[in-house]
Design a protein around this ligand. Structure first.
Ligand code: C5P
Length: 244
């Protein structure tokens, strides 16, 4: 497998599917990574750590520089609060915003984002959780059943996409159809460490399972050479797109 077997169009399509998670404490550290990655990466995720450390104004800088931004704020509150928070984000130019996939939360977010270019993604079950974690938290469902249930509730709420592990993506793709955006974190190249993630998949397997976007954090941010690692992931995605 190598870049030579993928057409320039496949490589361009692959590049758009990689979302790098900027899990840093400060915009200064995030900016250093973004600069180092250059044209290799065009889509960035800002999560809770960076958002609480000045990441929201930094998101505006990224958008001004022509990057796509995913605000992974994982909102969950009463509908009025979720709705007002989503309305604040709707005009920001961010492409994706996450809410937890609870029916009233998804409905409130969808209504607030209507008419904007913001796409609402529902977090089904965190990729750091397995069946035992769900039982500990008091759920009667295992991961698969809870992801399925939340996916059908997401369809009813009319939201745009789902965050799930690639382990569930192919089953969910078959039930939600091609329009629902499927975003898969928990991505690990062959042989890299899982850390706190429990439902991990390689980039190629995630694409084969029907993922539209892959979120990759530590494998890139902690790499010796982040640009080379990101480029290798893009190449793996491009090869997998060739067989999909
Ligand atoms: O470093 P790693 O690749 O594990 O990072 C995954 C990223 O995806 C983190 O920013 C994490 O917050 C996010 N995420 C996740 N599982 C979800 C939703 C988001 O790992 N279900």
């Amino acid at each position: 497998m190598g870049a030579a077997v993928s057409s320039p169009q496949k490589m361009a399509a692959a590049r758009e599917k990689l979302i790098v998670a900027l899990d840093f404490a400060t915009p200064r550290e995030a900016e250093a990574l973004v600069t180092g990655l250059g044209d290799t990466v065009s889509f960035y995720k800002i999560g809770l750590e960076l958002a609480y450390g000045g990441g929201l104004p930094f998101a505006q800088d990224l958008i001004r520089d022509g990057k796509q931004v995913f605000l992974d704020l994982k909102l969950h509150d009463i509908p009025a609060t979720v709705s007002r928070a989503c309305a604040q984000v709707a005009g920001s130019g961010a492409r994706f915003l996450t809410v937890h996939a609870f029916p009233q939360t998804m409905t409130a977010a969808k209504l607030a984002a209507a008419g904007s270019s913001l796409r609402i993604l529902g977090v089904t079950v965190l990729t750091s959780c397995d069946d035992r974690d769900l039982a500990d938290a008091g759920y009667a469902y295992g991961v698969r059943d809870l992801v399925s249930r939340r996916a059908s509730q997401a369809c009813e709420a009319g939201i745009d996409g789902l965050i799930l592990s690639a382990e569930e993506a192919s089953i969910i793709r078959a039930s939600v159809g091609s329009k629902m955006i499927l975003v898969t974190p928990g991505i690990r190249q062959e042989g890299s460490t899982a850390a706190d993630q429990k439902r991990t998949t390689t980039p190629a397997a995630a694409i084969a399972a029907g993922a539209d976007y892959l979120v990759v954090g530590r494998p890139v941010t902690q790499a010796k050479n982040p640009r080379e690692t990101a480029a290798a992931i893009v190449t793996e995605i491009a090869c997998a797109l060739g067989t999909r």
